[in-house]
Design a protein around this ligand. Structure first.
Ligand code: 8YV
Length: 326
């Protein structure tokens, strides 16, 4: 019996490929080229399934050119690279990798917030550049983390993980804003108080963005919002590029409208707005919030489980558009 054909669109753990190869005829991309839309279509048009990452956009054009496609399994919790309504209309199942990366990503969000508040990258660059010739009383004096007010925009699983770390580990006063308010039980577990977006911006000492990217969240933090923040505040974005207006952020950092920022995701990444590269008070990391070996393996396993679960057993684990199954 012939096995279903799948495309693994980016390089992945050899163990994941070996597992997939037991069930499918696999076309892989261990050279890790990032395919253009045409290249993606050329490889996908004879496939029943795809294993993707955030760099492959699955939209109406791609779907129209790939009529045999039945499932696209994203190795990411975020899925703004998918046009889910178009996938549902074509009866193509979409899956993502929730839960397995929650705590690791929350760890990183907290680490980036601390690095930003305590000026770790900026002071390290100074030391490496040979500029440290004497200690001084105010050298790299940053912002307090413990006991300060932690603001979270987007209170899904990762936001809640950051809230718990802040409230229970660092005695922070946690406030949040989200499309919908958490249940009283969840608010109590996170020791978090629901506030308006305006109050969040005005009150937070450290504001962490963990909301999904959508048309509504595009430039949710731009010049107007940055102007409402405290001049001593820090901003961290581990959510998606495009939620922050990077040019406006660079300007606010240069003008010391806010004290500092920690940014892991960028509009148009892997390109980074050139103005961000020239301001000192920003910590820049290359979209690594989920990057531990264990978590990336768990994400790859879950994406593979979804492909095997659906194409072999008819039961995917984490469908985004389960209506396709009925
Ligand atoms: C991924 C992420 O590494 O899961 C997500 O949504 O942003 C990251 O964990 C990235 O999207 C690659 O697919």
């Amino acid at each position: 019996m012939t096995q279903p054909r799948i495309l693994v669109a980016r390089a992945v753990f050899p163990e994941t490929l070996a597992r997939l190869a037991r069930h499918f005829e696999v076309e892989s991309n261990q050279d890790d080229q990032v395919f253009s839309k045409q290249e993606l279509v050329a490889r996908l048009k004879d496939k029943a399934g795809a294993f993707t990452t955030g760099s492959e956009r699955i939209d109406a054009d791609v779907l129209a050119a790939c009529p045999g496609l039945k499932i696209v399994a994203n190795m990411a919790v975020g899925y703004n690279n998918f046009d889910v309504p178009a996938m549902t209309a074509r009866k193509v199942l979409a899956t993502n990798t929730p839960d397995v990366l929650t705590e690791t990503t929350a760890d990183f969000g907290f680490a980036l917030m601390m690095a930003t508040a305590r000026r770790i990258a900026e002071s390290e660059h100074y030391l490496r550049a040979g500029k440290w010739t004497k200690w001084s009383y105010d050298m790299f004096a940053g912002a307090e983390v413990h006991g300060s007010t932690l603001g979270i925009l987007g209170m899904g699983r990762i936001g809640q993980g950051i809230a718990r770390r802040g409230a229970h580990g660092f005695g922070m006063n946690v406030i949040y804003h989200n499309r919908s308010r958490l249940s009283p039980d969840l608010e109590a577990a996170c020791k978090a108080r629901y506030v308006s977006k305006e109050e969040l911006l005005k009150t937070a000492d450290h504001l962490v963005l963990v909301l999904p990217y959508s048309a509504e969240s595009h430039h949710a933090i731009a010049a107007k919002e940055l102007a409402q923040m405290k001049p001593t505040a820090t901003l961290v974005n581990i959510a998606r590029g495009g939620i922050v207006d990077d040019a406006a952020l660079a300007q606010a950092l240069r003008d010391r409208r806010i004290a500092a920022a920690g940014i892991d995701v960028f509009e148009g990444e892997p390109k980074v707005h050139p103005d961000l590269l020239t301001v000192p008070n920003v910590v820049l990391t290359p979209h690594i919030a989920s990057a531990t070996v264990q978590t990336r393996m768990a994400m790859a396993d879950l994406a593979a489980d979804n492909l095997i679960g659906f194409l072999v057993n008819g039961k995917p684990l984490t469908p985004l558009n389960p209506e396709v199954l009925s």
